[in-house]
Design a protein around this ligand. Structure first.
Ligand code: 13P
Ligand code: MG
Ligand code: MG
Length: 375
């Protein structure tokens, strides 16, 4: 059968600031997911949060961008928004940027990652292992470096030297600044390695939407690449990304996918979506309470059972392990270093990327007051 994995996330309000959704909000979405499983819309589903973003992770047979599945996710976020409203939560309905989505939620605010594939438990995929990586207080470009390294660099993924992966991968890159429509370019590793780095160095403009195995012509990765301010035309919160990554066998293994996150690399986002700060790996369902936020990333792994279900036998929380404690400490040290220079230079995002329109207005007002003396 053909199975689709969909991970749809949105920030629809949080308690005590941009920290985490309330228990009531999560319960509300969980109940809806259970009902959708009972009604047959979904094969299975799970609700998590990463910081203040709620993620609905689903398996079903309706394909990508399916109206019913997307509408279900949208309605669930509306239901959670009502709960956020009731308790006076901050930013209730923050990521729901339109009154109603047209045929799917793409471009309406929530982040979407989806992969459809033939699930037959035959070679080359005897078992289907997948991972959901979700972040808060950062944008889609935060994944440029780690996903590039794990799918293109044998220093991070020794599996690339094996026959099943030696042909390399195709990267679908999105120009997130193009607001006319979805502007994409596909580049192939290993031959386009340098071209990819030319684009992916710019985390604010280019993002990885999908990665495909060249040997088997199947999708390995899907990542959300919507930038909320490009949709809303103003700051409405950061575009906290979510990704689904099929792994093992013909794809990199979880350890190869996660090894670049050891860097706790600097990413755009953090407080007011306007700073550069390190990305700290955290367990699933962690609130953002770090000094000056601290961008966070969570990663959970599943196996797909015969029936297309994936929650029955539990899941693995990759970053909920002492093995990542040192990385967390390093992230905090890097954060303290960066924060020690406050607003100066690389500590803040460049003017074009400052998310708070009020800040831009102040700069523009001051620039108008400059007097030019003819040379
Ligand atoms: P979120 O995008 O996660 O809501 O964060 C917004 C913000 O400005 C935090 O300081
Ligand atoms: Mg928020
Ligand atoms: Mg958020």
């Amino acid at each position: 059968m053909k199975v689709t994995l969909s991970a749809i996330k949105a920030d629809v309000g949080s308690i005590g600031g941009h920290t985490k959704p309330t228990d009531k909000m999560i319960e509300t979405v969980k109940k809806r997911v259970n009902d959708a499983i009972q009604s047959g819309l979904l094969l299975d589903g799970m609700v998590t949060h990463t910081g203040d973003d709620i993620a609905i992770i689903m398996s079903h047979t309706h394909g990508k961008d399916n109206t019913k599945v997307h509408q279900f996710a949208w309605d669930s976020f509306i239901a959670a928004t009502k709960k956020a409203d009731e308790c006076g939560c901050y930013g209730a309905g923050q990521d729901l940027l339109v009154d109603a989505p047209s045929s799917n939620v793409r471009g309406a605010g929530p982040g979407v990652a989806e992969i459809e594939f033939e699930f037959n438990q035959k070679e080359p995929r005897l078992a289907e292992s997948f991972m959901v990586v979700a972040s808060d207080k950062t944008g889609p470009g935060a994944y440029n470096l780690p996903f590039f390294l794990s799918f293109a660099d044998p220093m991070y993924c020794a599996g690339l030297m094996l026959p099943k992966m030696a042909k390399g991968f195709s990267f679908e890159i999105i120009d997130m600044n193009n607001t006319d429509g979805e502007s994409s370019l596909t580049l192939n590793t290993p031959e386009d390695y340098y071209k990819l780095t030319i684009l992916l160095r710019d985390n604010e403009r280019f993002g990885i939407k999908a990665i495909y195995s060249r040997e088997y012509a199947v999708q390995a990765l899907s990542s959300s690449t919507d930038r909320l301010h490009n949709i809303a035309g103003k700051y409405t919160g950061k575009d906290d990304p979510i990704a689904i990554i099929r792994n093992q066998g013909i794809f990199p293994a979880p350890e190869e996918i996660l090894s670049p996150f050891v860097k706790a690399h600097y990413v755009g986002g953090d407080a007011r979506g306007s700073h550069n700060m390190p990305l700290m790996p955290v367990p699933i369902n962690t609130a953002v309470t770090g000094a000056y936020c601290l961008p966070i990333v969570s990663a959970i792994g599943f196996s797909l059972a015969k029936s297309g279900t994936f929650t029955q036998y539990g899941y693995v929380d990759f970053f909920d392990n002492p093995a990542w404690d040192l990385v967390r400490l390093r992230a905090q040290e890097k954060a303290i270093e960066m924060r020690s220079q406050g607003w100066s230079g690389p500590a803040m995002l460049p003017y074009t990327e400052l998310e708070y329109s009020g800040f831009k207005k102040s700069v523009t007002d001051l620039v108008k007051q400059f007097k030019v003396k003819k040379r």
